[in-house]
Design a protein around this ligand. Structure first.
Ligand SMILES: Cc1cc2nc3c(=O)[nH]c(=O)nc-3n(C[C@H](O)[C@H](O)[C@H](O)COP(=O)(O)OP(=O)(O)OC[C@H]3O[C@@H](n4cnc5c(N)ncnc54)[C@H](O)[C@@H]3O)c2cc1C
Length: 442
């Protein structure tokens, strides 16, 4: 079931020409559209479904620097700085609160990894606090467990996924961008080897620069133009509860279950490491690139086969620009929640916290996490096709870095000095394999 989001009204008329077309109105595209419009560029933000309809509204709402891949940490730190001022800047409620995030564990391997990460992150001036067993216990009053230890990151926080994406889109419009929902990009208009615009289901928009922020659909879109992009989707189940006793004001990660306090007093609940990877033609195409990641994480991943094999974002669909495209056949990617996982989440929560026994589930949903082989996004120009830029592959952590990722994408598209070193996010690593190791912590 789609997660209810703050609705955004579309603009009536598709512009004939703009400086930049942004494809995809998740947080990556909406934030980029906002920063581009704020810089004074004319922007059309288009989505085949609606603003925030896919991953952006389905995520857990953790905004963290903690446990970031170190290549991505400067971007995460910038983002957490930006979140603090966003409600004022966007003139909207994003739900962001700097509550801190808390991780506790009974597993020696987790704790060792957290200690190593915390030490390494100090080089970047990121200071979180490793907790002894007694300190972890003191920070989780009401819990039945004796923890081996934990880590607390006071500079991190939580926001509301249903609000933040639409807030960026509306703020982009306040700076002159136009928003077009139910408006799929069928492909790029290419002239003399360069991008000249976008062919949408409602007509053509001329633009010399196009940013594709299509989430799980980006690889399929790029493949239509001979641009290779290794990308794989992992399905997961989440749910939120009605208002419940407060055991944390922020996010709390425990073995097997993770919760985040919501503005409405309920919890968004997720089960860590319980993804489903659907076998797909695209998955087979990029199996070699993803093999190291799969080997590292295969214990938490189930393999399956589903609709995606034939018609989803990872199919080998073909289409011409004057016919209905795969993007219109699936306006909103809405995988079903697994009810067994919902029950398991409730059970684990009640085991950890008796006060949370009998929680009522308000809403459950599935989400498809788009991943890259090395677990960090591509935010970059695509050199083989001048005029095409990508912001995609956020690998399950693009919400928290959404603001800075949007700003970085806007800087790159505009040709301005980038807010952080963009090298780790370059597209070329997807092709030449440089640095394409298995992901660090996620
Ligand atoms: C269950 C779950 C939990 C998560 N938890 C967290 C978390 O706690 N913290 C965190 O930081 N991240 C989290 N994430 C990850 C985060 O949600 C994503 O990384 C982020 O939302 C990606 O944003 P996006 O804009 O790239 O993609 P999306 O939100 O998926 O947006 C892509 C958009 O592109 C549109 N589109 C695609 N193709 C076309 C086309 N051809 N034409 C027009 N439109 C098109 C789609 O309709 C869609 O709206 C989680 C993700 C999931 C699924």
């Amino acid at each position: 079931m789609p997660v209810p989001v703050q609705p955004v009204v579309s603009d009536d008329t598709l512009p004939a020409a703009v400086d930049v077309v942004v494809i995809g109105a998740g947080i990556a595209g909406s934030a980029a559209a906002y920063y581009l419009a704020e810089k004074g560029h004319s922007v059309a933000l288009i989505d085949k479904g609606y603003v925030g309809g896919e991953q952006t509204s389905r995520n857990w709402g953790w905004c963290r620097q903690q446990h970031r891949d170190l290549r991505e940490l400067p971007l995460a730190m910038k983002s957490l700085e930006m979140w603090g001022d966003l409600n004022r800047e966007l003139d909207a409620e994003t739900g962001f609160r700097r509550t801190g995030l808390l991780y506790v564990t009974t597993r020696p391997a987790d704790f060792a990894q957290w200690e190593a990460w915390t030490l390494a992150a100090r080089q970047h001036q990121m200071h979180s606090r490793i907790l002894s067993s007694a300190e972890a216990k003191a920070m989780t009053p009401g819990s039945t467990r004796n923890w081996l230890g934990g880590v607390h990151s006071p500079g991190d926080g939580r926001a509301e996924p249903a609000l933040a994406g639409p807030a960026f889109a509306e703020a982009a419009r306040a700076h002159g961008a136009t928003i077009h929902q139910n408006c799929a990009a069928r492909g790029l208009d290419i002239a003399t080897g360069k991008v000249a615009g976008v062919i949408t289901e409602r007509g053509r928009i001329r633009a010399q620069r196009v940013l594709c922020a299509g989430g799980a659909w980006t690889s399929l879109f790029c493949r239509r133009h001979g641009v290779a992009l290794p990308q794989a989707g992992v399905r997961s189940t989440s749910f939120y509860t009605r208002a419940a006793p407060q055991i944390t004001d922020g996010g709390l990660s425990m073995p097997e279950v993770t919760i985040r306090r919501r503005l409405d007093g309920g919890y968004t609940v997720g089960l860590g490491g319980r993804g489903l990877v659907e076998l797909s033609p695209q998955g087979l195409l990029y199996a070699r690139q993803f093999w190291p990641t799969l080997k590292k994480r295969w214990r938490g991943v189930t393999l399956g086969i589903g609709r995606s094999f034939f018609d989803g974002p990872e199919s080998f669909a073909r289409w011409s620009f004057d016919r209905v495209s795969p993007f219109e056949r699936c306006r909103t990617l809405d995988p079903a929640a697994d009810p067994r996982l919902v029950q398991e989440g409730l059970k684990k929560l009640a085991e950890h916290y008796p006060v949370l026994k009998g929680l009522e589930v308000e809403h459950s949903w599935g989400g498809l996490i788009d991943s890259t082989p090395d677990g960090i996004p591509v935010i970059s120009a695509v050199d083989p096709l001048p005029g095409l830029f990508l912001s995609t592959g956020f690998t399950g952590h693009g919400f928290g870095i959404g603001p800075a990722a949007g700003r970085l994408a806007a800087d790159i598209v505009a040709g301005d000095p980038p807010i952080v070193d963009p090298l780790p996010f370059r597209y070329s690593r997807m092709i030449d394999g440089t640095d394409l190791g298995a992901p660090g912590m996620m």
